[in-house]
Design a protein around this ligand. Structure first.
Ligand code: PNW
Length: 455
């Protein structure tokens, strides 16, 4: 009998991921302060159809039902994020009692169901008051973030077995501050590079504060994908190499090697050498979010082949993302390229060698927007996607890459940032009018896969 290519064995940990602003709603309840995403959503034209996270999946009130869905799914771990403005409404000072109480419930409820809570400290919803004081462009926020981490450790370290500091610092840097497609909507171009440094420093300071407060098993959730050069020409290869440094190694090298890729450290503010010591504070595991590879060439300005997702780019960039032809696409238009998942894992192993801690896949998934028909959501294309990506993951593990767990993005259809509710990443369909939850075919498929791995 051939072994089941999707049997990961009994020790592999299965999970689902969510984030606070994308699912909680209740943005004015329990003393929560405003976040940059509340502000961004209120700005006309910023989010598709004027959608906002005001209600989202109403997870703030319906978390118990959602934990029930996870229990029936059989996952080992639930990745969610703390909303910083629920804990500290203006990003500073003592913890807000109602906010802390909510996260007590969100931690205790999975634990009671046999699921380990795995919170991320920050998934892009910066307290607006901190943004008004300079946000991630200002070094001050790193001290605020360390205080916030200390407060969380003090309250939750006894019950949280797995921690993540920051989600996808590259996306906040580039979309939030360089090109403005995400909150806070700044268009600083390369002047946004300090935002990367401050998030990395905040990460390092938070690792230290969490440990000092008794927390252990700490990682980061950083997204990475291969950069493919548009051709073998020296111009394209150089452009792709620059882009690769900017989106991948700018964020992983400082954490894992204590240095910036060539040419990028010079752009950073502060005592960079000392900061790198803090940034490279050892972590226990590296969380990798993976979606799709990017093809990049030298600038041509040809609008037919340049791919910018409709976001106007700053002038004079030394690279140009290109449309990646020849692959199926998700409903969001992202190419489906399972072999790129294996490639980025292998690249991490080669690049970091002994410095690479165990990996968790902290996000992977796809927007497939099937709606219920007679109460049934037959999202076969999501099953095909997950099957193909998980096969590649299993091969990578068999080839010696130390991956300990996988979190599918996402449990629920949710607020997909600038795309609003138009893109559905969930294993569970959410009717945003009634809040009815309907597990999709992919939910039943994932449940079966988890159960079989444990046999
Ligand atoms: C991640 N890109 O965002 C986030 O962590 C999630 O909150 C989000 O819902 C999920 O992926 C799906 O989008 C990304 O441009 C945003 O390559 C943009 C990119 C990748 C991930």
């Amino acid at each position: 009998m051939t072994p089941d290519p999707l049997n990961f064995g009994p020790d592999f940990r299965w999970g689902v991921s969510t984030s606070a602003y994308q699912i909680e709603g209740a943005v004015t309840e329990g003393g929560r302060g405003p976040s940059t995403w509340d502000t961004f959503c209120a700005s006309p034209g910023a989010v598709l159809n004027g959608d906002t996270g005001e209600v989202a999946c109403d997870h703030y009130h319906r978390y118990a039902e959602d934990v029930g869905l996870m229990r029936d799914l059989g996952v080992d771990v639930y990745r969610f994020s703390f909303s910083w403005p629920r804990i500290q409404p203006s990003g500073i000072g003592p913890g807000n009692a109602d906010g802390l109480d909510f996260y007590d419930r969100l931690i205790d409820s999975p634990l009671t169901a046999g699921i380990q809570p795995a919170p991320t400290l920050f998934h892009w919803d910066t307290p607006q008051a901190l943004e008004d004081a300079g946000g991630w462009a200002s070094r001050d926020i790193t001290g605020r973030f360390a205080d916030y981490a200390a407060l969380l450790a003090e309250r939750f370290a006894d019950r949280v077995p797995l921690w993540m500091t920051i989600n996808e610092p590259v996306v906040l840097t580039l979309l939030g501050y360089a090109v403005g497609g995400h909150a806070p909507g700044k268009r600083l171009g390369f002047e946004a590079l300090p935002v990367a440094h401050h998030q990395l420093l905040a990460h390092g300071r938070a690792v230290q504060a969490l440990r000092a407060g008794g927390a252990s098993n700490i990682g980061i959730a950083s997204n990475h994908a291969p950069t493919w050069s548009a051709s073998d020409s020296p111009e394209d290869v150089a452009a792709a190499g620059f882009y690769d440094n900017l989106v991948n190694w700018l964020f992983a090298d400082p954490v894992l090697l204590g240095r910036y890729p060539e040419g990028l450290g010079e752009a950073m503010p502060g005592p960079v050498a000392e900061d790198l010591e803090v940034i490279s504070t050892p972590i226990d595991w590296f969380g990798l979010n993976h979606y799709a590879p990017v093809r990049v060439g030298a600038p041509t300005g040809n609008p037919d082949t340049a791919a910018t997702d409709g976001i106007p780019m700053p002038d004079g960039l030394p690279f140009e993302p290109r449309v990646l032809e020849g692959y199926p696409r998700t409903d969001f238009g992202w190419p489906v390229v399972p072999e790129a998942f294996g490639e980025i894992l292998q690249t991490f192993k080669t690049r970091y060698g002994d410095r690479l801690p165990p990996i968790y896949i902290t996000e992977n998934g796809c927007a497939i927007n099937d709606e219920p028909v007679d109460g049934v959501v037959t999202d076969q294309r999501r099953i095909d996607y997950l099957g193909a990506y998980l096969r590649v993951l299993k091969e990578s593990i068999d080839n010696g890459i130390d991956v300990r767990g996988y979190f599918q993005w996402s449990l629920l259809d949710n607020f997909e940032w600038a795309a609003g509710y138009s893109q559905r990443f969930g294993l569970v369909h959410v009717d945003f009018k009634t809040q009815a939850r309907t597990p999709k075919a992919s939910y039943h498929w994932y449940r079966n896969l988890i159960a079989k791995s444990r046999e």
